[in-house]
Design a protein around this ligand. Structure first.
Ligand code: SF4
Length: 258
């Protein structure tokens, strides 16, 4: 029964949260629950080094819709988070940046895109995804009948890594709490992770994005669709078909959720 599933999911999440507070930062569970969730085996559970409320549990999609209702917005405004970030010096990326790229779009949205970090154009303008990859992202958003103003776009790290290198673990650890707060503030229905860094950070996994894309995952009751980064598409145009498939799933779920 749906009430039972909600109850057992709430219990499960409470238990996982307890483990995290105990300092246990990874956990694998292979047993099926001997409850109304018996048809919903928990394949894997893991915690990422985010805020205390952060956990990811991979479970059956229909159950996630039920569980998502229990998660509310944090009530913190994006403006407050930005003010808290200030003239951030929390990691070494501060030394080479021109601008902090906090995010753009609306907080009143069911859909958030999360990328890796700013590039040269983004660093210069202080806005995410405004270079060539950004223009491609704009087309992707428009392909599902949305505009950039109707979604929110941000990155795992908010300062440009030198030479556009991949952000390092300590930089992600320093910056990602602000992303988690942005997400908690917006509470979108869906997050589209662009590329490996966004996907792996949000889902707390090292699994390659190629093995995760194409289906939804759970982040605290929010549906997460990993897909290729637009910059990768510029180098590998054949992968555009995958992204199109992924964003069509996002469109369909948005329609389904109303
Ligand atoms: S990347 Fe994030 S944590 Fe590092 S300096 Fe920039 S805003 Fe601060």
């Amino acid at each position: 029964m749906p009430e039972d599933r909600q109850f057992y999911l709430a219990q499960l999440k409470e238990r996982l949260q307890y483990y995290r507070e105990m300092g246990i930062d990874s956990l694998s569970v292979k047993a099926s629950l001997n409850t109304g969730l018996a048809a919903t085996p928990v394949k894997e559970a893991s915690f990422r080094p985010g805020p205390a409320s952060s956990s990811i549990v991979s479970v059956k999609r229909s159950s996630l819709f039920e569980s998502s209702a229990s998660h509310q917005r944090s009530g913190e405004s994006l403006e407050n988070i930005r003010n808290d970030l200030g003239d951030c010096r929390r990691c070494k990326l501060c030394s080479g940046r021109t601008n902090i790229v906090f995010g753009s779009g609306t907080s009143q949205t069911p859909l958030v895109f999360v990328g890796e970090g700013p590039g040269a154009d983004e660093d210069a303008q202080g806005l995410p995804f405004v270079g060539a990859a950004g223009q491609l992202l704009t087309k992707i958003i428009e392909a599902i009948q949305l505009t950039r103003d109707q979604v929110y776009i941000c990155n795992i790290v908010k300062c440009r890594p030198p030479g556009n290198r991949t952000p390092e673990e300590d930089e992600i650890a320093a910056c990602s709490p602000f992303l988690f707060r942005q997400i908690d503030s917006i509470r979108p229905k869906i997050i589209c992770c662009l590329g490996a860094v966004a996907t792996q950070t949000l889902l707390g996994t090292k699994t390659p994005v190629g093995k995760l894309r194409g289906r939804f995952h759970d982040y605290l009751g929010i549906q997460v669709m990993p897909t290729w980064h637009p910059a990768y598409l510029l180098r590998n145009p054949a992968a555009k078909r995958d992204v199109w498939d992924d964003v069509k799933r996002i469109r369909a779920l948005l329609d389904e959720l109303g």
